[in-house]
Design a protein around this ligand. Structure first.
Ligand code: GLP
Length: 241
């Protein structure tokens, strides 16, 4: 595990964007595993800026997102599909056919999860997986107690996650209770994993996840075992390490 300390959120985002851009430059047809949440927004802004300046080209890149809410249409403003288009895809030259997210409108969970796992295999797996971390240590939507060996699956979100994500909805009652998520097995099979974290409310979970024991109760803790895992945190999030 490699830890990169940043003073500020902006610096954290820039360092993470540097690693992603190095991946794209070294392997233009790479597969990027992408994440939602507020933490990666600054990374996407930085990548867009470098793209506009002509320093980055996404025309051969394939993306595969970690997760999606069940039951939300792709064009629902709260769907992760909308988030990714608004924050990143619509501002760079990535080809629409190279963009992949779980389909939250397919309520046949078995079929959708199998489709996503087959798709990940078909595109050759993930070269670089970007992750955030939830307050309870979840990655993607792999909540505490998730088996490490799972592929894509449908999860019941915990009340802590529903509460944390309620800020993106007008009412917490609107937050979907279920989501499709790439499993930890798939995340662990990525060649490189990059987790970004900022803010003092994440300091405690950072300590538990990366400096405590590896346990399904803290899903992100398994990343300690990944051969190429980089953690980039701002000063507040890394306050206890
Ligand atoms: C959601 C996403 C995760 C993300 C987490 C933290 O639950 N499914 O991928 O890491 O939120 O989000 P934030 O970065 O806003 O704290």
């Amino acid at each position: 595990m490699k830890i990169i300390r940043s003073e500020t959120y902006k610096d954290m985002a820039r360092k993470a964007a540097n690693i992603i851009s190095a991946q794209v430059i070294m392997k233009p047809n790479c597969v990027l595993g992408l994440a939602t949440g507020s933490t990666p927004i600054g990374i996407y802004e930085q990548l867009i800026d470098w793209y506009r300046k002509g320093d980055l080209d996404f025309s051969e890149v394939t993306t595969i997102n970690l997760d999606e809410y069940c039951g939300l249409a792709r064009n629902n403003p709260q769907s992760y599909c909308s988030f990714m288009h608004n924050q990143f895809f619509d501002s760079v030259n990535i080809r629409p056919e190279h963009i992949h997210l779980p389909d939250g409108t397919n309520l046949n969970a078995k079929e959708e999860c199998e489709r996503y796992d087959q798709l990940i295999a078909k595109i050759g797996g993930v070269d670089l997986q970007l992750l955030g971390i939830g307050l309870d240590g979840h990655i993607g939507f792999n909540e505490p107690g998730s088996a490490f060996e799972l592929g894509t699956h449908c999860v019941e979100l915990t009340s802590s996650t529903i509460e944390a994500n309620a800020r993106f909805f007008s009412d917490s009652g609107e937050v979907p209770r279920k989501a499709y998520t790439m499993g930890i097995r798939t995340i662990m099979q990525a060649h490189k994993v990059l987790l970004v974290v900022n803010g003092k409310n994440k300091a405690e979970i950072v300590k538990r996840a990366f400096f405590g024991s590896v346990t399904p109760q803290v899903p992100a803790s398994i990343l300690q075992m990944h051969p190429d895992f980089t953690l980039i945190g701002d000063a507040e999030a890394l306050a206890y390490v």
